[in-house]
Ligand binder design. Structure first.
Ligand SMILES: *Cc1c(COP(=O)(O)O)cnc(C)c1O
Length: 430
């Protein structure tokens, strides 16, 4: 594989950006080799600046549920773009995208558009504090909710104790407002509510955690969480930045039939443009300025071009049978690559839910918490990733990242990818 031009661009980028990138994982720190610079995409395919072609299972980390440059998304975006790119005033497109969501999603009475998933979770947390008049929040180890200060926190020592910062630059006082407990641990959850329930403004969780492998939770555990929040008067926030409009139009909340108080969206909602949103129960949402006292604003919020992208993309998702079909194709693909790897005797497993799947270089039961993922498999992944690229298969550059299927992945794409994956495994284990 010739990567000469990518290498040159990366050298230049290192003089321009810290670590040469604008988001850390892109630096390929967890895998061998340097980052690949992308030139273009179409459907499920990507081309890098050296002309190498890949089948893309990263899909921009999830947003591109219909693949790259989908004709209907492009048509709508171009139409709107020529009328002006930003006004800082309301447009009808915001109403249209919001109506499309609210009319087809029981989790959302009203919502507010922002420009990223981080902004959505940060704002939902501020809102929950404003609404409850409480300060503490609870999150789970292994869930990612963006990079706002109070969320870059890891567990302190002991069960249900106050958190400590996991990034430089986060004041200890801030981190102490966040309690971190392990996932899938009923005892820890009960204990946290016993100790802190009356001080908890919110619990924030990914109902299907997908940022540290794919950590399927027991629906009974999620129902317990719902119950404890209701009893304590704590706002339950489902962070559906990855699962929203991906697992179904009602996200994981609809999938498990559990109604949170607030929900956050990002990724798929914007059709590949920077869009996030938070929404939920009317009674809570009306605390947001200007109707209420909790301040939150954005110069480019509800940007018309981004709204157009979201509108086109989500309209396609509402076509009858869309999610079932995509999930069935994903399941078939996952079964096929697992079968073929196992026949060759390679340690390999795939966990999938809907159109999200997680590849692991070991034989394992589906994990419920990040610590159940074998570090040895992650280590092996760093080498495997380069072989996958060489075989024309593009996945996120870390063994903890999940993959996505899009509606643009054709049978031919999947045949080719399955062969590429099998060949890469043969090379890895030879
Ligand atoms: C990606 C992600 C975020 C952060 O969204 P950004 O748009 O990257 O700020 C937050 N929560 C979850 C669950 C995510 O997957």
């Amino acid at each position: 594989m010739n990567t000469e031009r990518s290498e040159k661009l990366y050298v230049k980028a290192q003089s321009l950006f810290p670590g040469g990138v604008n988001s850390p994982v892109r630096a390929f720190g967890a895998v061998s080799g340097d980052p690949i610079f992308i030139a273009k995409g179409k459907g499920a395919r990507l081309w890098d600046v050296d002309g190498n072609e890949y089948i893309d299972f990263c899909c921009s980390w999830g947003p591109l549920i219909h693949g790259h440059v989908h004709p209907e998304v492009m048509r709508k975006v171009e139409e709107v773009m020529h009328l002006g790119t930003s006004f800082g005033a309301p447009t009808e497109l915001e109403n249209q995208l919001a109506s499309l969501i609210i009319d087809n999603n029981r989790m959302v009475d009203t919502l507010r558009f922002v420009s990223s998933g981080t902004e959505a979770t940060m704002s939902a947390i501020r809102l929950s504090r404003g609404y409850t008049g409480r300060n503490k929040i609870l999150k789970f180890e292994g869930c990612y909710h963006g990079h706002s200060d109070g969320l870059l926190v890891k567990a302190g020592s002991g069960l249900a104790t106050l958190g400590t910062a996991s990034s430089a630059g986060v004041p200890a006082g801030y981190a102490r407002e966040t309690i971190v407990i392990p996932l899938a641990d009923e005892g820890a959850l009960q204990e946290a509510f016993k100790q802190h329930g009356q001080d908890l403004a919110c619990v924030i969780t990914e109902p299907l955690p997908a940022n540290n492998g794919l950590l399927r939770q027991d629906p009974a555990y999620l129902r317990l969480l719902r119950e404890l929040c209701t009893k304590a008067g704590t706002v339950l926030i489902f962070d559906e930045v990855i699962t929203g409009f991906r697992l179904g139009f009602e996200g994981a909340a609809g999938y498990y039939d559990i109604i949170p108080d607030l929900v956050t969206y990002g990724k798929v909602i914007g059709g590949g443009f920077p869009v996030g949103a938070y929404g939920g129960k009317q009674e809570i949402m009306e605390q947001i300025a200007p109707s209420g006292p909790v301040y939150q604003a954005g110069t480019l919020s509800g940007n018309p071009v981004a709204m157009a992208g979201g509108l086109a993309q989500l309209s396609l998702c509402l076509q009858s049978g869309f999610y079932d079909h995509l999930a069935a194709r994903t399941r078939e693909f996952c079964e096929r690559i697992t079968e073929s790897a196992r026949q060759s005797g390679f340690p390999f497993s795939v966990v999938s839910e809907g159109s999200i799947f997680f590849l692991s270089l070991n034989e394992m039961e589906p994990p419920k918490a990040a610590h159940e993922i074998d570090p040895a498999a992650i280590k092996l992944f760093s080498e495997w990733h380069r072989l996958l690229l060489e075989e024309g298969v593009y996945v996120g550059p870390s063994g903890y990242e999940v993959c996505f299927l899009s509606s643009a992945h054709t049978d031919e794409d999947l045949d080719q990818a399955a062969q590429g994956i099998q060949r890469s495994l043969e090379r890895l284990f030879s």
